[in-house]
Write a protein that binds this ligand. Structure first.
Ligand code: EPZ
Length: 415
């Protein structure tokens, strides 16, 4: 198992260019299945989860050529509708391929993605929506077999604004006859990015970013070129690194609107943040203040920043209270922080963090992607050396993180 060795305690300074968004790229790669042709995608992050999606598409029959600044995806010869079980388990977000395969092939078989490190991750809303679109769903020997003669439009209300369910409905309903509505839809920027991608390919989707989305089908698709939006969670993570190391960072290639809830909280704990078009300059105070956080669907404070912010406030002045409202098991990294000297108590979906003067280095284990980011932040804050095991989780979602951190003065190496 590979590890990072981090020497903490330095103030980090410099410029970080934010990569393309993992959570925008994954549904967009799935959406290329809808158009039996060529999609050119720019600013696609070179990370493990994206590589996994490419493997799945190649197993379905697509041809993929990746060069420095673009990926050329040719889905003309896709001839399979089965999502490989091993990859579905390894990366549960591949469930969004189902919507695209149902849209194009009117068939898809896949295994239950199963839970992951942060929760049970059920897909009931995805399956209920497929049924409303006219898909017959049979569960047999652990497989979910989806099939339909034709897709009918539907008026679908989600119990919860699920990002993946919203994306899957958008993908499948592009090929339904008539106008499909998604009510209580997820409003994340990645949903709006998916709408733009599909419309660039010939789609007629409106309303992404609001809680009601309409999709008019069936769609006649054509080839396109598209640039992936910047990763708002990567941006938030590096802002927490600046805040935690008493540093000064300039983040380039960002969309400030996408990180406004994170900027608001970072300003509230004492950071000076200046925004200039697609750049953010953050300058940390000597010691940050404590805060209260409740994770919410966008535009609320994102669950994907909960771990990083909790790590940050371990050395704040005062006691912080962080409540995780989206996933039921997203505190696995807390015990690792405690090994580094943090004082934190979990009560149900809330963690109470009493700020300490300093953290110390330790050997810690990563349990999930954003928990891993939290441990990197803690290691950069801590005095001494930290060994971070299980870094494959981190490299699923953070492009060139060792190189990016080294450029701003972090002492980090992979072994
Ligand atoms: C997406 O996951 C993101 N992943 C997650 O980012 C992110 O945390 C999450 O949205 C919330 O913003 C990608 O975009 C690839 P949900 P998704 O469906 O779509 C429950 C990261 O770190 N639910 O919005 O799986 C579910 O259990 C990852 O980058 C059902 O109950 O999230 C959860 O409690 C982690 N039934 C809540 O809804 C369903 O059918 C939100 O899940 C679907 C979801």
């Amino acid at each position: 198992m590979e590890s990072y060795i981090v020497e903490g305690g330095n103030s980090l300074e410099g410029v970080i260019n934010i990569s393309g968004s993992k959570n925008a790229a994954l549904p967009i790669i799935a959406a290329t299945i809808l158009n039996p042709g060529v999609s050119i995608i720019k600013n696609c992050p070179n990370i493990h989860d994206v590589k996994n999606m490419f493997i799945i598409l190649e197993m379905l029959g697509a041809k993929i050529n990746r060069n420095i600044d673009e990926v050329i995806i040719d889905t003309t010869n896709i001839n399979s509708y089965e999502i490989p079980a091993n990859l579905m388990h390894e990366m549960r977000s591949s469930v969004i391929i189902a919507g695209a395969l149902i849209g194009r092939m009117k068939k898809c078989t896949f295994t239950y993605p199963g839970g992951c490190e942060i929760g049970a991750r059920p897909i009931n809303m995805h399956l209920d929506a497929f049924k409303q679109l006219g898909v017959d769903i049979v569960e047999k020997d652990g497989y979910i077999i989806c099939e339909c003669g034709k897709l009918n439009s539907a008026d679908i209300t989600l119990d919860f604004p699920s990002v993946g369910a919203t994306e899957n409905i958008m993908l499948a309903s592009c090929m339904a006859d008539g106008i499909t509505y998604i009510r209580n839809a997820a409003r994340e920027p990645e949903i709006k990015a998916l709408q733009e991608f599909i419309n660039d390919m010939g789609g007629k989707i409106k309303g992404a970013g609001s809680n009601t989305i309409s999709i008019e089908g069936p769609t006649k698709f054509h080839d396109i070129e598209h640039k992936v939006i910047p990763d708002r969670i990567e941006c938030g993570t590096y802002m927490c690194i600046a805040a935690g190391t008493k540093g000064t960072l300039e983040l380039t290639n960002v969309i400030p609107e996408h990180v406004s809830s994170i900027v608001h909280k970072l300003r509230g704990i004492g950071n000076r943040i200046d925004i200039d078009h697609d750049k953010i300059l953050i300058k940390a105070p000597d010691r940050i203040k404590s805060t209260k956080i409740k994770t919410m669907p966008y535009p609320g404070f994102p669950t994907d920043m909960q771990s990083q912010f909790t790590s940050l406030v371990t050395t704040a002045k005062g006691t912080s209270i962080i409540t995780e409202n989206i996933f039921e098991n997203r505190f696995k990294y807390i015990n690792e922080l405690i090994r580094m000297g943090a004082v934190a108590t979990i009560e149900g979906r809330t963690v109470i963090v009493e700020g300490v003067n300093k953290l110390h280095g330790a050997e810690v284990d990563v349990k999930d992607l954003r928990g891993g980011a939290a441990l990197i932040i803690a290691a950069l804050i801590a005095e001494g050396t930290t060994k971070i095991n299980g870094i494959n989780y981190i490299e699923r979602g953070y492009e060139n993180i060792v190189e990016k951190l080294s450029i701003i003065g972090a002492k980090i190496k992979k072994q």
